[in-house]
Design a protein around this ligand. Structure first.
Ligand SMILES: [Zn+2]
Length: 289
């Protein structure tokens, strides 16, 4: 049996603006976690140096000013918790991922900059609907101007609503097959390669997605009365995805419209009897890059 990852800030239980939903990241009410990026930044040597300067020299005044600007520059986003829309700190989306732009191109350089750029990859209706299920991107749907987010989701995305949205993952039914639950990361990753290359805790994060898929499959009774638990979880490899937003399929038996389950190089699948951490490690390890 696999052990629970202890999701701690799922949906309504989590106050707006709180952060990650899984261990080893501290829980919602951990005083170290608030919307102040300084807690994270303080661990960085360059920042410690700048604080020292701030305390002793005129240059320090400039450092404090620069920090204040960066603090104020944190964008406020929206997060959907079921039917509820809550404030969400956009900066938290890529906690654990390299901070791009400001400090140069870490872990994959320009590749990550492109593979994590949600707006640049919202090319087709599929990607736009995925974004809508995370609680964002309503502005991309002209006819949704006077609709609620939920109305817009149903109107624009084949009558579907998100089944569960956390700060990490959004789950909903596959348009092609209602018995297939799709789970996507709320912060944008183009595909599994992007997650592997651009996030240092990719295995932990993927385990959270796997667990969300299993939970939502059961909660939504996607397998019907006879199949309460999911059997397989699969991720299509880059080049074999119909929607360019990393997504996990959770289902029992087969999904004929998606040719799942399948093997590399088309997709990687794990049985749900496997611990989500082990399954995540396996999925990332079979990826070519
Ligand atoms: Zn797929």
């Amino acid at each position: 049996m696999w052990h629970e990852l202890s999701p701690q800030c799922i949906t309504a239980a989590c106050p707006a603006g709180s952060t990650s939903t899984y261990l080893p990241v501290p829980s919602c009410d951990d005083p170290r976690i608030d919307d102040d990026p300084s807690a994270e930044m303080a661990h960085q040597p360059w920042h410690r140096r700048s604080l020292l300067l701030a305390a002793t020299t005129l240059a320090g005044t400039l450092a404090v000013a620069a920090f204040t600007v960066s603090h104020r520059g944190v964008a406020e986003g929206q997060l959907t918790l079921g039917a509820v829309t809550a404030k969400h700190n956009e900066k938290q989306q890529h906690r654990g991922a390299p901070i791009l732009g400001a400090y140069g191109f870490a872990n994959g350089g320009g590749y990550c900059k492109g593979a994590l750029n949600r707006e640049a990859n919202l090319r087709k209706g599929g990607e736009k609907c995925f974004c809508l299920f995370t609680g964002r991107c309503k502005e991309h749907f002209r006819h949704c101007e006077h609709q609620t987010l939920e109305e817009c989701q149903r109107f624009a995305c084949a009558g579907r609503n998100a089944l569960e949205v956390t700060l990490d993952a959004a789950s909903f039914t596959n348009m092609k097959d209602a018995a297939d639950i799709l789970t996507i990361p709320v912060p944008y990753y183009k595909d599994l390669s992007a997650l592997k290359a651009c996030r240092h805790d990719a295995d932990t994060f993927l385990a959270v997605l796997l667990q969300a898929g299993r939970r939502v499959f059961m909660g939504a009774r996607a397998g019907g009365a006879l199949r309460p638990h999911a059997e397989w979880q699969c991720i299509h490899f880059p080049g074999h995805m119909s929607v360019e937003w990393l997504h996990l399929h959770t289902f029992s038996g087969h999904v004929p419209g998606e040719s799942l389950p399948a093997h590399p190089p088309h997709a990687v699948c794990t049985n749900t009897s496997v611990d989500p951490w082990e399954a995540a490690h396996f999925m990332l390890s079979v990826l070519p890059r």
